[in-house]
Ligand binder design. Structure first.
Ligand SMILES: Cc1cc2nc3c(=O)[nH]c(=O)nc-3n(C[C@H](O)[C@H](O)[C@H](O)COP(=O)(O)O)c2cc1C
Length: 203
């Protein structure tokens, strides 16, 4: 079976710089034999977590919106690619709300002590984080990375690697940095190759 990968775009600019890197990563993942489903998160229609706490004792969320299919899809996926620009020193709002709605997974794992992801699958699953920021400052990705690590723990899809590029206000077009485009491609290829090896070893 080919690895099932979900690729989340956190920028609303389809064809923008973050998307250019994500498309490179999708190319790399596909070359490694993966099936990739791309999701432009800012175009989904869903509410932020309303803390109804339905998920304390249910395996889904009570809010009936575009989030619902993802609760099953995130169980089945073998790997995740998240591509997001830095916004206000962190993950862009729509994508952050998407992540917050995985409180459904948090409750299963940390409250009921029964993760949705079987131990063997946890060992295979991996996440690649791609991010760009406008500013030329050292700690540009700290906020986003804290959120990403927490999210990867909650969904049991371990943080495996990253491609980060700040100073986009100067660079303007990421295509002028072929080494960064190549890194997005190569990291996704490497991650999906490892996932495939893990799946192939399964009895
Ligand atoms: C609402 C908003 C907030 C932003 N906040 C930051 C920030 O805190 N730090 C930073 O380095 N860049 C920030 N940026 C700049 C973006 O990270 C940068 O322009 C990036 O290249 C956008 O990528 P995209 O065109 O693919 O969406 C912000 C941009 C927007 C639109």
């Amino acid at each position: 079976m080919p690895p099932k990968i979900i690729a989340l775009l956190g920028s609303p600019r389809v064809g923008g710089n973050t998307d250019k890197l994500l498309e490179q990563a999708i190319l790399g993942a596909t070359k490694a034999g993966a099936e990739v489903r791309k999701v432009v998160v800012p175009f989904l229609k869903f509410r932020p977590c309303m803390e109804i706490l339905h998920c304390v004792d249910h395996e889904t969320c009570k809010l009936q919106d575009d989030m619902l299919p993802f609760y099953d899809e995130f169980r089945e996926m073998d790997g995740l690619i998240v591509a997001a620009p830095v916004m206000t020193m962190g993950i862009p709002g729509a994508l952050k709300s998407f992540m917050d709605r995985f409180q459904v997974y948090y409750m299963a794992k940390y409250e009921r002590h029964r993760s949705f992801i079987p131990k063997e699958h946890q060992k295979i699953r991996k996440t690649l984080f791609i991010s760009i920021g406008g500013m030329n400052i050292e700690n540009d990705f700290e906020g986003s990375k804290l959120t990403m690590h927490a999210f990867c723990d909650i969904i049991d899809c371990p943080y495996w690697g990253e491609v980060l590029q700040n100073d986009m206000d100067t660079i303007k077009d990421i295509a002028t940095r072929p080494e960064v485009m190549q890194a997005a491609h190569d990291k996704a290829f490497a991650m999906c190759s490892l996932i495939k090896e893990g799946l192939d070893r399964q009895p």
